[in-house]
Write a protein that binds this ligand. Sequence first.
Ligand SMILES: Nc1ncnc2c1ncn2[C@@H]1O[C@H](COP(=O)(O)O)[C@@H](OP(=O)(O)O)[C@H]1O
Ligand SMILES: [Mg+2]
Ligand SMILES: [Mg+2]
Ligand SMILES: [Mg+2]
Length: 352
Amino acid sequence: MSQSYAAEEQLAIAAVRRACALTSAVFNTLIKNETLTKGDKSPVTVGDYAAQAVISSMLHRAFPHDPIVGEEDAAELRLESGKAMKDRIVALANTALVSPLALGDNEGWGIGPGAAQTDSELLDAIDRGNYPGALTGRMWTIDPIDGTKGFLRGEQYAVCLSLIVDSIVQVGVIGCPNLPVDPTHPEAGTGCIFSAVRGQGAQQFTLSGSDPTPVRIPASTPETFNFLESVEAAHSSHSFNDRVSTLLNVTRSPTRMDSQAKYGCLARGEGGAYLRMPTGVGYREKIWDHAPGQILVEEAGGIVSDSRGKPLDFGLGRTLGENFGVIAAGKDVHGRVLVAVQQALADAKAKA
Ligand SMILES: Nc1ncnc2c1ncn2[C@@H]1O[C@H](COP(=O)(O)O)[C@@H](OP(=O)(O)O)[C@H]1O
Ligand SMILES: [Mg+2]
Ligand SMILES: [Mg+2]
Ligand SMILES: [Mg+2]
């Protein structure tokens, strides 16, 4: 029997809204020593840590037994050298946790303003994201700022949260503070939240939680079709996408955008396909980078697979393990994109 997940969706939306308020505010005051470079050379800011602390605290309050797969950990913040950053993160997280939000606060589900937390409670909240993942049971994924490079550039980024049950994504919420609410009416401003529950469709709200609007991928036309792809050439191969575009006679240039905002745009009818092919060997896609996007696109009527047409496997740990590349598209075009991707892979192999 399918479950409603109403409490989980409400909590997830409330947590993402609070984290979006935090990341928007922090962007305007971010200073140089508030960003670290992680072991894999990627950036992490006080905004990433504080947003994970807020979301994890709210999840723990509502669902204390649910494990969490979160991108960040607090190891650096527990060192003496991390004290200044930690102090700032604690202040940011507590401001976000205690401030009342106008809409969507519902004490019944424990999602209204909470009490301020101590330093160690907030560091522990960040570190609760250390779950290794599992094939069975419930778990949440948190990507507190997806597209940190876009965030630092003042471009697109997304606060991303999902609930996975027995390897299947059941709830996904993506907050995009810098994304136009309506791409055809830029004057309507920026700031959207997308949410989806398995079997119940997908919707978009404003950041304040108002104007819920169902989203659905329309049939694509050659005039409107193009690819959505990463800004960062190191994250996904731009040249491979060019070859697939040529094979499909796509004439419109790709839309480059950071983060899972790409999944949100696809779900509401922008572009036509999101293609992400590895740039080299060895990188494994992280489950928190795709779980909310996958359910959003599927509930908007699309298909998400890897480059071989296999479903993304969220039950193999913190990464997608055996999946190679990601193709997300409307039902009418996914098959054609998959064939072109296979062709481009075969061409590349023949040349090697
Ligand atoms: N070599 C690589 N290949 C693919 N993805 C990578 C990568 N290095 C980092 N990433 C992931 O790409 C995500 C951003 O995706 P996009 O390019 O679509 O904006 C990053 O999320 P974070 O910014 O949350 O760390 C990170 O997890
Ligand atoms: Mg990161
Ligand atoms: Mg990410
Ligand atoms: Mg991130």
